[in-house]
Design a protein around this ligand. Structure first.
Ligand SMILES: [Zn+2]
Length: 306
């Protein structure tokens, strides 16, 4: 199989030649499975977080930045916090904070039941220039994709078509999470600030009808490479695919970062953080790795021992 047919953990920009509309296709295999099984999220929480991962990748793929693009949701529901981010080099990570009992008792698995009232915010952290605020949208609609669509509808400059799927697929040794999505966008005419152009609306409607025919099964199918899916949906539109970006799980935690964080606490406050063994244990929310510090290590941290 040639490199261009690698079907998983990638983001691939494309253009439809007939309409010059541009888009991105995203496919996540073991990347999303790793994230969702490492934390053993309940099924509905896994689905939400998987959707957020696809959103983060598709949105990041449309931006030029040198740093990290992140999506964050804060809400008052059983799932109170969710994050997914993606660096310009394709390293992704994310997590969800939730109340197990409330998730189990939730009346459904949509945004309203699991997240309740809240906001979805996105930011770009530039390595050189610091944080640049990008946008925020109130959660409204049954899926995160709907919430994102609302944001783009309110934005004057960008029309967006979006279809995302997350599923667990039987893979021999047990079910594995998979996720995928396609985003198509149309920029407003820069000079006029509107979408009017020759045949533009007709092109948009036709493309959205074609996008709507993509099934959830196709979006995550491990045997259907993203390029073939695009061709299958849009062959009459003339699909041109650009160089894919490989996506991978990548946490940026390190013992050194944890040490720097601990040093910001007064030493006596660390006593309250100690576990039964007398150690301070800091767990990375993203990758679930423990960083353990015993008394000698803490003393060294505070410069009492060398
Ligand atoms: Zn980590």
């Amino acid at each position: 199989m040639s490199a261009s047919l690698i079907a998983d953990n990638l983001l691939r920009p494309f253009q439809l030649e007939r309409s010059t509309l541009r888009g991105r296709v995203v496919r996540l295999g073991d990347l999303v499975d790793q994230v969702l099984t490492r934390h053993d999220y309940p099924e509905p929480v896994g689905r939400l977080l998987g959707e957020l991962f696809v959103l983060a990748a598709t949105l990041a793929g449309g931006l030029k930045f040198d740093g990290t693009f992140s999506l964050q949701i804060r809400s008052d529901g059983p799932v109170s916090l969710m994050m997914a981010d993606c660096t310009n080099e394709g390293a992704m990570r994310g997590y969800a904070r939730y109340d197990e009992a409330r998730v189990a008792a939730a009346s459904g698995s949509d945004v309203e039941a699991l997240l309740g009232r809240g906001h979805l915010a996105f930011t770009v952290d530039q390595n050189q220039a610091g944080q640049a605020y990008q946008g925020i949208v109130e959660l409204s609609g049954p899926t995160l994709t709907d919430c994102m669509q609302t944001y783009f509808r309110q934005s004057e400059q960008l029309k967006t078509g979006l279809k995302i799927a997350v599923d667990r697929i039987e893979a021999g040794e047990g079910a594995r999470w998979r996720a995928g999505g396609i985003m198509i966008q149309r920029l407003a005419d820069e000079a006029r600030g509107d979408f009017r152009q020759e045949g533009g609306d007709e092109d948009w409607r036709r493309t959205m009808l074609l996008l709507a025919t993509a099934t959830g099964a196709e979006l995550v199918d491990p045997h259907l490479p993203p390029e073939r899916l695009l061709w299958h949906l849009f062959h009459e539109e003339g699909v041109r695919v650009f160089r894919p970006v490989a996506l991978r799980f990548g946490c940026r935690c390190s013992r050194e970062r944890v040490e720097n964080m601990l040093r910001r606490f007064p030493e006596h406050e660390l006593d309250d953080m100690k576990d039964d063994d007398g150690d301070v244990v800091v767990t990375c929310q993203f990758c679930n790795v423990d960083f353990r510090f015993d008394d000698a290590q803490l003393a060294r941290l505070y410069g009492r021992l060398h």
